[in-house]
Design a protein. Structure first.
Length: 201
């Protein structure tokens, strides 16, 4: 199982299907140094999606849906990724920062299916970009139901913004990698405090 967008940043994927949400967010051009956008072209997007669906299927033990992406779908998927990223970057208690809720997050089609064992499954609906977006939103909802979605965060370093799963005991992590982003930020803050003290002297 390989979540290509997330592992390129040296990160362990989030648990269960939430890894799909994290991987979608990590298709952005992010990190230090910047990695390419994996949804830049239709070919890039199809390559990422095929791998992500295989990994999702392995993780959840469910068959991956067949999804066809056209060149026109790529912008829709990128827009959805941006909407979802704003939710992940929102401060605690502020689920819809900015100018209001993202329309695409509120209108994605989803179906419910009762299987022969009496288990209800949420399934993505729609065509093109709406189907993987619906699947990602289902996984985000399930993670929210188990109180794990709040552990999916964007690195606080604005030059980075990599999506990481916070495994700290008290959910206090703010950097995707303390050595890469945390130390640099702490050093900048330390120097700023030293300058402020020097200016007051």
């Amino acid at each position: 199982m390989s979540w290509t967008a997330t592992t390129r940043y040296g990160l362990e994927p989030a648990p269960a299907g939430l890894a799909l949400v994290q991987d979608l967010l990590n298709t952005r051009s992010a990190g230090k140094p910047r990695r390419p956008d994996l949804l830049q072209t239709a070919e890039d997007a199809r390559t990422w999606l095929d791998q992500a669906l295989r990994s999702w299927s392995d993780e959840t033990r469910r068959p991956a849906p067949g999804i066809e992406l056209t060149a026109e779908d790529v912008q829709g998927l990128r827009d959805f990724r941006d909407d979802l990223g704003r939710i992940v970057q929102a401060p605690a208690g502020d689920p819809t920062p900015g100018s209001g809720p993202a329309t695409s997050l509120l209108t994605l089609p989803t179906g419910l299916r009762l299987d022969e064992h009496g288990v209800i499954h949420a399934e993505p609906r729609g065509t093109g970009w709406r189907q993987p977006a619906s699947l990602a939103l289902i996984e985000a909802y399930q993670a929210q139901s188990t109180d794990t979605l709040r552990r999916l965060k964007a690195c606080r370093n604005p030059r980075c913004s990599v999506a990481f799963y916070d495994r700290s005991r008290n959910n206090s992590g703010v950097w995707h990698d303390v050595r890469v982003c945390g130390n640099a930020a702490n050093l900048r803050n330390h120097r700023a405090r030293q300058r402020a003290v020097a200016d007051q002297a």
